[in-house]
Design a protein around this ligand. Structure first.
Ligand code: NAG
Ligand code: NAG
Ligand code: FE2
Length: 228
């Protein structure tokens, strides 16, 4: 019967030999692709269909003296994280005062556009930086974080339509301070929050956001006319 000390040595030895036989980081090469379907969010009350194709910018005055936003990225299949999904993207957001065209001011398609991706799924959005707004005018600080609404329709009907919202890092009204509940507005999801840099000029904030959609779609959040 081996001594206790010998057994201990044997264990160490086996552990050492085994660790030598295993590749150091077996999961880094291959393995399941790392992405998850982009979470849906509520459509909210301010969507209107038929926004014109995006031109250079989607808000009037986007080249004037206030903050601008540029977001680029790709629409991709969520099962392999790489198959491009050429899509039609409708975007809409509040102007710098937190007002939506067609609702709080009379310019139906200001800060709204329909954007076609390239065949490789790449989109380009250039606009004014969206303003924040309160969801209840009577409640001080009932703000939502700045956001852009997206309705993404892949040309291949095998993938569903995705309605979601994009948020920006370090916004003080992100979850848990978003006055729209996380069950419908999802600002608790870090995959919907982009970080921004301004390397072009001090007022132009740029971010990159890829969207993943699975066959059959990522689901819907139906909050009726509520939401925001
Ligand atoms: C939009 O225009 C109509 C007609 O001129 C006016 O009655 C209405 O108050 C305007 N609405 C807003 C939000 O400016
Ligand atoms: C956000 O909150 C909702 C509602 O509680 C929850 O269903 C969802 O899983 C959360 N998302 C993340 C990414 O934590
Ligand atoms: Fe909104």
């Amino acid at each position: 019967m081996p001594s206790r000390a010998f057994s201990f040595y044997l264990c160490l030895h086996v552990a050492f030999v085994t660790s030598q036989l295993l590749p150091p980081f077996p999961r880094i090469l291959g393995g399941a692709p790392k992405c998850r379907p982009t979470a849906p969010a509520t459509l909210g009350p301010y969507y209107i269909a038929g926004a014109p194709p995006s031109k250079e910018t989607i808000c009037k005055g986007a080249n004037e003296n206030h903050q601008r936003l540029i977001v680029t990225g790709r629409i991709l299949d969520a099962t392999d994280c790489r198959t491009p999904l050429a899509s039609i993207i409708e975007v809409w957001h509040a102007d710098m005062n937190g007002a939506y065209s067609h609702f709080q001011y009379n310019d139906s398609y200001d800060c709204r556009a329909t954007i076609e991706t390239r065949s490789d799924g790449q989109y380009f959005l250039k606009t004014k930086f969206p303003g924040r707004y309160r969801i209840n005018e009577k409640v001080v600080n009932s703000y939502r974080p700045a956001h852009v609404h997206f309705k993404i329709t892949p040309l291949n009907p095998k993938y569903g339509v995705l309605i979601t919202q994009l948020y920006f890092e370090n916004d003080m009204f992100l979850y848990p301070h978003d006055s729209c509940d996380a069950t419908v507005c999802t600002s608790n999801d870090t995959a919907l929050i982009v970080s921004l840099t301004n390397f072009r000029d001090v007022k132009t904030f740029e971010g990159k956001w890829d969207v993943y959609i699975k066959p059959g779609g990522n689901g819907f959040i139906d909050s009726g006319k509520g939401g925001h």
